[in-house]
Write a protein of this length. Sequence first.
Length: 364
Amino acid sequence: MKFPFLCLLATLSLVLVACDAKKPAAAPPAAVVVAKPTTMIRGKIAKAEEHVFPRFLRVTGQLAAKSDAVVAADTMGKVVEASVERGSVVKAGDVLARLDERQPKLALAEASAAVDVAKTRLALAKHEQARNQPLAEKKAIADADYQRLLTEVIAREAEVAANTARRDLAQKMLDDCVIRTPFAGVVAERMVEAGEYVGPGAPVARVVESGTLRLVLNIPETEVAALVVGQKIEFTTAAYAKRHFTGKLQHIGAAMREVSRDLVVEALVENADLTLRPGFFCDARILLREEKAIAVPEKALRIEGSRRKLFVIEKDNTLSERLVEIGEMRDGFTEIRRGVTLHETVLAEPSLDATDGASFQPAP
């Protein structure tokens, strides 16, 4: 009896499972759509118009001193004074170092005495020649004796000349004991100390003329034709990044460099306040010409890091955010090289609320 009863229970269970499987699945809850509020931007507008902008040739270069010399000793001796220091400002003729003058002074005294002796002998020889000249004319003395007197005069004149040269040489050696700067400038390095012994050619100090500097630039071959002596050159340096300096093109190289295919030119830069230093690297630009280009007011640009953006007002009065490429700046306007076309309308002073697609209404 138990077996038929168990079969009945199993059959009822299968029927209940099948009925549950046929029931439809519950539908998911409907998504709630929240409408975003539309942002209304108000502000002034500006037109993208044509303005005249300069066209520059941008190059790099380096500043060099107009004169840069390692002043050397011209005689030998012991250094008794070396008073200048690195950075000392000197004028032409200022003393850089002094050598011991005792030996040159003695040599000068000896040479001067020899000149005096030679002049005395010359005077005596001339006196004898003059005294015997009437006798020689009257044939009262032998002609050979008179010629000997003339030869003596010539020899004494040569002796005076030789001793005078020795005296002048001794004077030069004495003068060379005082080592002077040949031009005005700044001492870049002192190379001797008191007590050292130096010889001819020994370096004493390096002096650079910083009042006027040379800006050495490398010009690409394709831009050489635009160069003219006297052109204005503007440049900046890393040391004074916020300052702009100027110079005038002075020298144009005679030949191209074969490897780099560029031409070396030099500009003179006035540096009266000694702000600039020889050796500074520079970013320079040379004005070539002026051209018309599309421009917008500087305040119309939104700057985000290295990106520059404009908000163009479309026909449906919505804002279109555009990345633009800028060029030169002049008189409050910025050149737009890419991103905006002529006569398009832009938001003059975009606020932080300005976004792409936002509605726009001109300010009253």
